[in-house]
Design a protein around this ligand. Structure first.
Ligand SMILES: C[S@@+](CC[C@H](N)C(=O)[O-])C[C@H]1O[C@@H](n2cnc3c(N)ncnc32)[C@H](O)[C@@H]1O
Length: 277
């Protein structure tokens, strides 16, 4: 399986096979998780339109709760592909000064606002933007960009045309949103700022690390999580999806072992400026 892209010894967690949702604090349907001492709840009203957070998304928060995670108090953050608002809620609860939640899906933006409000957080610290990342021109730079991009390769046979597809599937072998983040992050981050990414081993981690590294970004792997490939939403297209993934693996662009893959909680620091601790 994938090795860490830097030299720091990295904690590896193996999540149980045969399910998803093991990182929720209670049953997944309750949507309860703890982050930096606060108990938070995420609700998704229409799971075919807005992704109910998976272990892949939760793994980044779990890593951010661990040793060596960056300070979040007082930061201004951009949540790219906010989905249910999982990261926006957690960041505001952890003391972020301002969070901008961006998603191409208007239902995600509405769900993010609802979850921020339902958790009793100050909505005046949240800005919501419905836009593709590729078309977004912010009027400011952020200390932190956080994202868990879609990571499954697109195939026309399983195109659903709904929000769940937008959340899970991407063109260019599942890399389209990763590429958009890598291409644009310099426009969004302050010098010395951090990009926090849940990076799937199905979407060519070495390429992201190499491209950002060539621009002077330092990479730190906070944790690696091994888990099942989330095929549930695509159960009837399992064979096609696995075929696409095997093609990517043969081309050196995906790493997985049977039904297991890894998600790397990556912290990239932009060079320059006075880096935050
Ligand atoms: C894997 S989901 C992550 C949702 C949430 N952050 C989480 O971890 O549970 C990816 C999100 O990215 C959004 N998205 C997909 N393509 C996008 C694009 N080009 N620009 C902005 N958002 C996009 C989807 O609508 C979806 O909400």
């Amino acid at each position: 399986m994938t090795s860490a892209p830097d030299r720091t010894p990295t904690r590896r967690r193996v999540l149980p096979a045969g399910g998803n949702g093991s990182l929720w604090q209670a049953r997944p349907s309750c949507g309860i998780f703890a982050f930096r001492g606060t108990r938070l709840r995420i609700v998704v009203e229409d799971p075919s339109e807005v992704l109910f957070p998976t272990d892949c998304g939760l793994s980044l928060l779990s890593a951010l709760d661990g040793d060596g995670a960056p300070v979040l108090e007082g930061v201004s953050a951009l949540d790219v592909g906010a989905g249910s608002g999982l990261y926006s809620v957690a960041l505001l609860a952890a003391g972020a000064e301002r969070v901008t939640a961006l998603d191409i899906n208007p239902a995600s933006v509405a769900q993010t606002v609802a979850n921020v409000t339902a958790n009793g957080l100050d909505g005046s610290r949240l800005t919501c933007v419905t836009s593709a990342l590729e078309e977004y021109t912010p009027g400011e730079r952020f200390d932190l960009v956080i994202t868990n991009p879609p990571h499954l390769p697109y195939d026309p046979s399983y195109a659903r045309g709904d929000g769940l597809e937008t959340a899970l599937v991407a063109r260019r072998g599942g890399r389209a949103v990763y590429d958009a983040v890598v291409d644009r992050v310099d426009r969004f981050l302050t010098p010395g700022g951090s990009l926090l990414m849940a990076h799937s081993s199905l979407a060519d981690i070495p390429r992201t690390v190499a491209e950002l590294g060539s621009r002077g970004y330092e990479t730190e792997t906070l944790e690696i999580f091994e888990m099942d490939i989330p095929l549930l939403a695509y159960a009837e297209h399992r064979e096609t999806l696995q075929l696409r993934l095997k093609e990517l693996r043969a081309a050196g662009r995906a790493e997985f072992d049977g039904s297991r893959f890894t998600v790397h909680a990556l912290l990239f620091r932009r060079p320059g400026g006075a880096a935050r601790p």
